[in-house]
Structures are given as structure tokens and as C-alpha cells.
Ligand binder design. Structure first.
Ligand code: ATP
Length: 310
């Protein structure tokens, strides 16, 4: 019985963790009673894909039917490509990710994924387990469990072996830190154990995601301010892990999105501008304004960083 309950427990925790990452807990608790989990449709097929194309087609969605959050959102992520979403807080960016992962179903329109044969199917026509199996999320704030760091990475794919866990940790540049700890991979982390920094936690999340080796990657950039060195490091990390994967980036810093195939600028649940970085700058609209603002903030930060005596 023990043998069975451990993996089941872990699945429950994984589910809760991901959900937590995307949902304000208070709101989640408010919702749990009312909301039915999404169900597999009769005849749903497993999604088998290595380089999926993802399409949002005229998607409408509200957490509450009386308040529409997404209004007619359409975009496409090409196989192995990257789409980045930017916009003010509350504009609906994370909602796109939650819908793709099928925490919720759309109210109108559809989200479709094309398999390797090119057949574009509604996500509701794939089994939920296979869709979630194809997607890994690197959340804004990674929750670490009160367990060993090994176990924390293993969540990415519980069936993985020791070597694979270490390979993922190496690729996420967290292996060296781990082996420098007195207990190595057996070090306890979380509230009762070792405290990792925000950047280190995100590396654990990246290692988890790499272990899962997903065809689709959702990267929810941390909102917390990072110094420009950490920012560059995370950017390099993201670029590396996104190679060959169909990637959706929810970005808070525009520097992260410059290389995306397409950048969507969201405002109040609508895409108000779209294009590549240079195109959006040339448009001289919302994006260009956000860009100028971030540049000014950076300059102000740089000025503040200079000691007054100099
Ligand atoms: P941020 O940049 O702050 O993360 P966002 O652009 O990702 O914001 P979303 O989290 O997608 O914004 O939220 C869009 C809107 O939906 C907001 O008005 C928010 O209050 C609302 N919302 C988000 N989650 C829920 C929920 N679980 N139940 C009800 N409303 C929600």
C-alpha cells in the first residue's frame, strides 16, 4: 500500500503545485466548490507529438460568465517556435497559459494543437492527461516541497532514473550547487530545510521541466525584480531550454521577449498589438511606450546604484 500511495501522493502534489503557480490561492479556494474539473470528451485521443503547432482561434473566456476576461484572442505558435505575451497586470496573460494547460475550457472559439501528422485538433479532443503530459510549466514562483532536492527535481518525471535527474540538473546549472551541499542530492529543501534563492528555485523548476522533456513549454517569468546579471542568466537559460520546443512565454520584462517569433501585447483581454520586436517599436504604440518606460526605469535604477559620494 505504501508503495502505491507514494506516487499517488506525488501526483496530487504536482497537480496542486502547478495549479498554485497559476492561481491566487484565495481565489482558488473560492472556486473549488463551484467548479467541475474539465472532463475528457467521449472518444478523446492521446496527443502524440514532438513538434506541435498550437493555435488559439477566436478564444473567449471568463472565470465568471458575467465577466469576460479574454475577448476574441487568436494567435499561433509555429512548431518549435516562441510566442511571448506582454501587457499590464490583469490583462489576461496567465489566463492563456491556464487555458492551454486545460485548467479551464474556453467559452467560445477553440484552442487547437496539431500533432506531428499535421492534424489540428481541439485540445478537448485529446485526453487531458496526454495534453498535460506534453506541457511543462516553469512557474513564476516555484514551490519546493519539504523533501530532498532529488525528489523535488524528480517531480518533473517520477519514473526518471538518477542519471536523468542529474543530467537535467546539470543542464539547468544547479548540479554544481547541489553536489557542493553536505548532503548533496539528499539535502532537504523547503520550509524545514535548506532555503534556496529565487533564482535557484527557478533553476530547480527548469530542471524539472527538462526532465519532463516536453514538446510544449510554458515559461512564466518571475515578476520580482532581478538584477541585470540574473536577468541575462535566466534569459540565456530560457533560450536554451526553448530550442526545438513550442514555447509560450509570459513576460514581465521586455528584454526577455526580443527574440520571440511573435510578441502579443494584451490589454484588457484583447490582443492590441502583435509582431516582432522591431516591428512593434516602429509601430510606436503600446509596446513602444512600454519599452521606453522600462528603459527609463533601468536608467533610474542604474543611477540609484551609484553611491552618492561618487
Ligand atoms: P499578471 O501580470 O499580474 O500576472 P495577467 O495578465 O497574467 O496578470 P491574469 O492572471 O490572466 O492576468 O488575470 C486576468 C484577469 O482575470 C484579472 O482581472 C484577474 O483578476 C482575473 N482572474 C484571474 N484568475 C482568476 C480566477 N481564478 N478567478 C476569477 N478571476 C480571475
Amino acid at each position: 500500500l505504501l508503495q502505491l500511495s507514494a506516487p499517488l501522493n506525488m501526483l496530487g502534489m504536482m497537480y496542486r503545485e502547478v495549479k498554485q503557480a497559476f492561481t491566487n490561492l484565495e481565489r482558488l479556494f473560492g472556486l473549488l466548490d463551484e467548479r467541475q474539473d474539465v472532463q475528457d470528451r467521449a472518444g478523446a485521443v492521446p496527443l502524440r507529438v514532438s513538434r506541435p503547432r498550437v493555435a488559439f482561434e477566436n478564444v473567449r473566456f471568463g472565470y465568471d460568465p458575467r465577466r469576460e476576461i479574454l475577448q476574441d484572442v487568436s494567435f499561433e505558435i509555429p512548431p518549435g517556435g516562441t510566442v511571448a505575451v506582454v501587457g499590464h497586470s490583469g490583462s489576461g496573460k496567465s489566463t492563456l497559459a491556464r487555458l492551454l494547460y486545460r485548467f479551464y475550457d474556453v467559452d467560445a472559439g477553440r484552442i487547437a494543437i496539431a500533432d506531428d501528422e499535421g492534424a489540428l485538433r481541439d485540445v478537448r479532443d485529446y485526453t487531458q492527461a496526454s495534453v498535460r503530459g506534453a506541457i511543462a510549466i516553469v512557474p513564476q514562483d516555484t514551490v519546493l516541497f519539504n523533501d530532498t532536492i532529488y525528489y523535488n527535481i524528480l517531480y518533473g518525471r517520477p519514473a526518471a532514473g538518477r542519471e536523468e535527474v542529474e543530467r537535467a540538473a546539470r543542464a539547468a546549472h544547479i548540479h554544481d550547487l547541489i553536489v557542493s551541499l553536505p548532503d548533496g542530492y539528499e539535502s532537504e529543501v523547503g520550509e524545514r530545510g535548506l532555503k534556496l534563492s529565487g533564482g535557484e528555485k527557478q533553476r530547480v523548476a527548469i530542471a524539472r521541466a527538462l526532465l519532463k522533456d516536453p514538446a510544449i513549454l510554458i515559461f512564466d517569468e518571475a515578476t520580482s525584480a532581478l538584477d541585470s546579471k540574473s536577468e541575462k542568466a535566466i534569459q540565456a537559460e530560457l533560450d536554451r531550454i526553448a530550442v526545438g520546443r513550442t514555447t509560450l512565454v509570459i513576460a514581465h520584462r521586455l528584454s526577455t521577449v526580443m527574440d520571440a517569433d511573435e510578441i502579443l501585447v494584451m490589454d484588457a483581454g484583447r490582443i492590441v498589438e502583435r509582431g516582432a520586436h522591431a516591428q512593434l517599436l516602429a509601430l510606436n504604440g503600446h509596446y513602444a511606450q512600454m519599452w521606453r518606460l522600462q528603459q527609463q526605469e533601468r536608467q533610474a535604477e542604474a543611477a540609484e546604484a551609484v553611491p552618492a559620494s561618487l
